[in-house]
Ligand binder design. Structure first.
Ligand code: GDP
Length: 397
């Protein structure tokens, strides 16, 4: 299989990878001689009629040293659309060679044990990462820091199981020993650790997918203007006619490394207009499910929606009234508002755990349940050790 590893389009250099048992034969047919493994060398790439495709830097990887775990050849050509597609066509013209499916290189890396499933997930997160917090979380997972922690849990569980089993094996001898306390202490500690990590999922998940802040308030209070002021460019239509913001408009930001999406919701008010009514309903739903609401109010007025713990209430158009709050016109108070928003999310981000995918949490919960069953069985005493050890091993698995 072959695929472009870099983004499609014009660039200085484009990387095309070729992976599979016949990679060296096929690559060898395009050049006078294949470079030695992992020694980058310039080669003239030729098609099967001997016509020049491009000059490229070529790197050869043996199967055990490549990303996919198969013999791999990397072609660093010039980043031109024509070169990229010519090379792809020439490669596909060989028997048994085809364009890779999306994710196929990574799939092979997983199947050939070059990457663990945790690393594959982290790699996806790393490629998607747009902010510093996202990068940090993803790269730790990819580098095996998450796996290390989980391996410690597994190690403790296996140790507890062996303690119990040792007691079973030597149970008939003169020295009876009761390991109930020691095993229970160890299982209790594990339960605590795993529970803490499960609770830290909210933070880790928000780092991955971002926080959502809904800007809510009555028509004409200045929601669209605030979003525009935040963006520093026009993303929403500003109008003095009430109810023109019929849909939900989004603005994605990097706030001190935290990904935050701001929503401009339709003006919240009773309406007879069907289309506007739908907009209001959609806005209410999005506002409801957001992580935080910024309630914009006119001076002297109260928010229309219920204000929850994490919400911020702020007075709009203070350039007209002299109140403390924000002004989309002068930019006053907007920095402070953004600071307050990011401060509220910082706490959640700092409590982020190592489990960042729903799959990880589900596994951790399974283990936790088995540990809890094991601890209940353990209370019966040494007669029950066989069953307890089985539960503990299941938790480790
Ligand atoms: P929305 O319906 O809540 O989205 O309100 P808009 O953002 O469309 O603003 C309604 C009107 O108020 C527009 O004419 C804006 O120019 C004006 N406006 C918005 N923010 C400010 C502000 O900070 N100061 C002043 N003086 N006018 C503002």
């Amino acid at each position: 299989i072959h695929a472009l590893a870099t983004a499609p389009g014009k660039s200085g250099v484009a990387v095309t990878r070729l992976s599979g048992p016949r990679a060296f034969d096929v690559a060898g047919a395009l050049m006078t001689s294949l470079p030695k493994p992992r020694v980058a060398s310039v080669r003239a790439l030729q098609d099967r009629d001997g016509a020049l495709i491009d000059e490229a830097l070529v790197i050869v990887f043996d199967g055990d040293k490549s990303f996919s775990g198969e013999p791999t050849v990397e072609f660093q050509t010039h980043g031109s659309m024509a070169v990229i597609s010519r090379l792809a066509r020439v490669l596909s013209s060989f028997d048994g060679v085809r364009q890779a499916e999306p994710g196929e290189f990574t799939r092979r890396a997983l199947e050939n044990d070059q990457l663990s499933l945790l690393q594959v997930e982290s790699l996806a997160d790393l490629i998607e990462s747009e902010t510093e917090a996202q990068r940090r979380q993803a790269v730790n997972g990819f580098a095996g820091k998450v796996a290390e922690r989980i391996e410690l849990w597994r190690h403790d569980l296996m140790h507890a199981a062996s303690l119990l089993e040792a007691t079973i094996d030597f149970g008939d001898e003169d020295v009876p020993f009761d390991v109930t306390d020691e095993v229970d202490r160890s299982l209790a500690r594990l339960s605590e650790n795993i529970t803490r990590e499960i609770n830290g999922f909210t933070g880790a998940d928000r780092i991955r997918s971002g926080f959502v802040v809904a800007i809510v308030g009555p028509p004409n209070v200045g929601k669209s203007s605030l979003l525009n002021a935040i963006a520093g460019r026009d993303v929403a239509i500003i109008s003095e006619i009430a109810g023109t913001t019929r849909d939900v408009i989004e603005l994605r930001l990097d706030l001190d490394g935290i990904p935050v999406t701001f929503l401009d919701t339709a003006g919240l008010r009773e309406t007879d207009d069907v289309v506007e009514g739908l907009g209001v309903e959609r806005a209410m739903k999005r506002a409801e499910s957001s992580d935080m609401r910024v309630h914009l109010v006119n001076p002297g007025e109260k928010p229309q929606l219920e204000v929850r713990d994490d919400d911020i209430v702020v007075v709009s158009k203070v350039d007209l009234s002299g109140h403390h709050g924000i002004s989309a016109s002068t930019g006053q108070g907007i920095e402070e508002l953004l600071k307050n928003v990011s401060l509220r999310f910082k706490g959640i981000v700092n409590d982020a755990g190592i489990l960042s995918w729903q799959r990880h949490v589900a596994s951790a919960q399974d283990a936790l349940e088995l540990i809890s069953v094991a601890r209940t069985e353990l209370k019966v005493g040494p007669d029950n050790y066989v069953i307890v050890a089985e539960e503990v091993r299941a938790a480790a698995r």
